[in-house]
Design a binder for this molecule. Structure first.
Ligand SMILES: C[S@@+](CC[C@H](N)C(=O)[O-])C[C@H]1O[C@@H](n2cnc3c(N)ncnc32)[C@H](O)[C@@H]1O
Length: 250
């Protein structure tokens, strides 16, 4: 395809969130975060195995496929990108075609990953968490159904970067820890944040780390402020709340 043809398709498929370089044609050259997500990727690319031969990768909330394509370029045997938005998926399919990368893209919500019936060596869950009304449910479902070994997680964070050490338990009358900036917190966005009504829950750093652990992911590396590379582990608590608590959590 000539540059003129690519530019015309890029224009027709826009607007783009991912700034991709498609044979010299930039898809989102005026992105408010700069050359995004390439600038972010450069800050954690070395923390992910260079050689993904024989590995399967699931990219949840793949958008135009920037990360899915990076994984395929590292030799992943199978890459599946999911997104709830058909227009972003059309961009991803076009970009993969231009780059001659064999990647499957499917319209599916993170809440439906159980239907895949398959675990993946690497699951990417980047930039989706704070767009969800039920973020912890999504993490639980990823753990239960699709996470095989590594989870690459990223979320916008707001609030303190401090992380308090949290005790195993507090009595009913102890409340001061909730006022500490480094206590795990989520900020609920009732209306909009950054002009985006799809931003619902924005955690602080302690909140991200606590929720990952609570969903059964052990943080192995934290190569970039918002990025965590985790190993799937046993969940510390049983799924589903029981009140009042009866015996040990399992
Ligand atoms: C901020 S973009 C992040 C894109 C990419 N993962 C990245 O990190 O650059 C959020 C993406 O998540 C998708 N998304 C939002 N809710 C979703 C859901 N419930 N299931 C799957 N994808 C979702 C959006 O359509 C969008 O493409």
């Amino acid at each position: 395809m000539s540059s003129t043809e690519i530019a015309a398709r890029v224009q027709a498929l826009g607007p783009w969130f991912h700034n991709l370089d498609l044979n010299g044609v930039a898809t989102a050259p005026s992105h408010f975060l700069g050359d995004y997500p390439a600038v972010k990727w450069r800050r954690f690319a070395d923390a992910i195995p260079r050689d993904l031969a024989c590995k399967s990768v699931l990219d949840i909330g793949c958008n135009a496929g920037f990360y899915a394509m990076q994984m395929k370029e590292r030799g992943a045997a199978r890459v599946l990108g999911l997104d709830s938005d058909e227009e972003y998926l059309a961009q991803a399919r076009f970009a993969a075609e231009v780059n001659e990368l064999d990647i499957e893209f499917r319209r599916m919500s993170v809440y439906d990953v159980g239907a895949l019936g398959e675990r993946f060596d690497i699951v990417l869950f980047m930039g989706v968490f704070y767009h969800l009304r039920h973020p912890l449910l999504a993490l639980d479902l990823i753990h239960e159904h699709v996470a095989g070994d590594l989870l690459v997680f990223q979320s916008m964070q707001r609030g303190s970067r401090d992380v308090c050490s949290v005790k195993e338990n507090y009595d009913f009358w102890t409340t001061d820890m909730f006022d500490h900036a480094g206590y795990p917190k989520m900020h609920f966005v009732e209306h909009k944040y950054a002009d985006d009504w799809t931003n619902w829950w924005i955690p602080n750093r302690a909140g991200v780390e606590a929720m990952l652990r609570s969903a059964g992911f052990t943080i192995a590396v934290h190569p970039e402020e918002e990025v965590y590379i985790c190993r799937r582990d046993a969940r510390p608590y049983a799924a589903g709340p029981v009140y009042p608590s009866r015996g040990e959590a399992s």
